[in-house]
Design a protein around this ligand. Structure first.
Ligand code: N2P
Length: 364
């Protein structure tokens, strides 16, 4: 190769990468599965020219393992508040450049205040959506198994062996989410759902193990279709996911009726927060994405499809009545009184929680 062709080659190469850069602005988003209206992503690209590479997960533990290892390549991730708090401590995130986020003014002060305990000053995150962890059930199948008086509004449905044994036949799924199932069990036992006491966590583990033989699967996203298709009759799951199952069944008109209950003994309320990893390759694009998400019409569009409440006050006028008017999604004051929140497990306690959960799942 002559010097001349070499030089030409270099020139062409740098021209190409210049053009590629101009065209290929990208934002890499890692969000929960079944958590957005895809047209939101298309609209963002149409308007900004920024391509969205969108991956999904269904477990905070999976997200956390990746974030702590670093170099994920993600620009926007969506941990739940409890996990976010300790990830902030671990230095995983970049502080938000709030001057690049004018739509922060649309956010809902009440939710920002609640998130303070995970992210002081809301310095690292914005609320995407929030919801509860409760019970999704197939109305007819549960009645067939337990009679007209089936305690569908109580954790008795799944934590009383005599009930769950009768549901085993029609299929029960439980979230593969120790930071939610252990608090649910603690709360049912009348203990502090946010307990960090190893002996209490042990008790919660024993309760979960006692119902383990009746659980067909521990999984955090399959239950949507499984409920909708009538393959299972009960799932301990997330509010909006169960309501999506209800809709999927109604759409295909398969005679399956799904409902969601926040059990009367109380349930966990959580906040899923969008944050930017410290090593994100496209921070400017990440901020543009966050600001787009905080537009009232955009946020409402997402909530109207996935049936989760959001932290955007200005979006509320664009919400469908079956979303803003549903106390399972936007709980009234009395329902909120029944919800509890949790805080992160310190490392030692986390190890106990992880070990307990492995024991529950393996039935040992
Ligand atoms: C969406 C589940 C998000 C709720 N499918 C879990 N924080």
């Amino acid at each position: 190769m002559t010097l001349r062709t070499m030089l030409t080659g270099v020139a062409v190469l740098s021209l190409m990468s210049g053009a590629a850069l101009a065209q290929d602005r990208t934002v890499n988003v890692y969000n929960w599965s079944d958590y957005i209206d895809e047209t939101v992503l298309e609209d963002f690209t149409k308007e900004t020219g920024i391509k969205v590479v969108y991956d999904v997960f269904d477990s905070n533990e999976v997200l956390e393992t990746k974030l702590l290892a670093g170099g994920t390549g993600y620009d926007v991730v969506v941990p739940t508040g409890t996990f976010l708090a300790r990830q902030i401590q671990a230095g995983v995130f970049s502080e938000l450049e709030k001057d690049k986020l004018p739509n922060l003014s649309n956010m809902w002060k009440d939710i920002e205040d609640r998130v303070e305990k995970y992210d002081p000053g809301n310095a690292y995150s914005i609320n995407y959506m929030w919801g509860s962890t409760g019970i999704g059930y197939n109305v007819d199948k549960v009645k067939a198994a337990l009679g007209e008086d089936a305690p569908v509004d109580s954790w008795d449905l799944v934590f009383k062996p005599e009930n769950i044994e009768k549901l085993k036949e029609c299929g029960v799924h439980m979230l593969d989410a120790p930071a939610e199932m252990i608090p649910a069990a603690l709360n049912y036992l009348g203990l502090d759902p946010d307990s960090k006491d190893p002996s209490e966590i042990e008790k919660a583990g024993e309760l979960l193990k006692s119902v383990r033989p009746s659980i067909q699967k521990f999984h955090s996203s399959e239950y949507i279709n499984a409920l909708a298709n009538g393959d299972i009759c009960v799932a301990i799951g997330w509010s909006g996911d169960v309501l999506q199952a209800r809709d999927r069944a109604a759409e295909v008109d398969n005679g399956v009726t799904i409902e969601y209950a926040i059990p009367k003994e109380g349930a966990q309320m959580w906040f899923d927060q969008m944050a930017i990893p410290a090593d994100a390759p496209n921070k400017a694009e990440a901020h543009e994405f966050l600001d787009f998400i905080m537009r009232p019409d955009v946020m409402a569009k997402a909530s109207n499809v996935v049936y989760y409440a959001n932290g955007n006050k200005a979006s509320q006028e664009f919400l469908n009545e079956d979303v803003i008017g549903d106390a399972a999604i936007y709980p009234d004051e009395a329902t909120v009184q029944n919800l509890f929140t949790t805080t992160p497990y310190p490392p030692k306690v986390q190890r106990i929680v992880t070990r307990t959960w492995t024991g529950v799942k393996s039935g040992q």
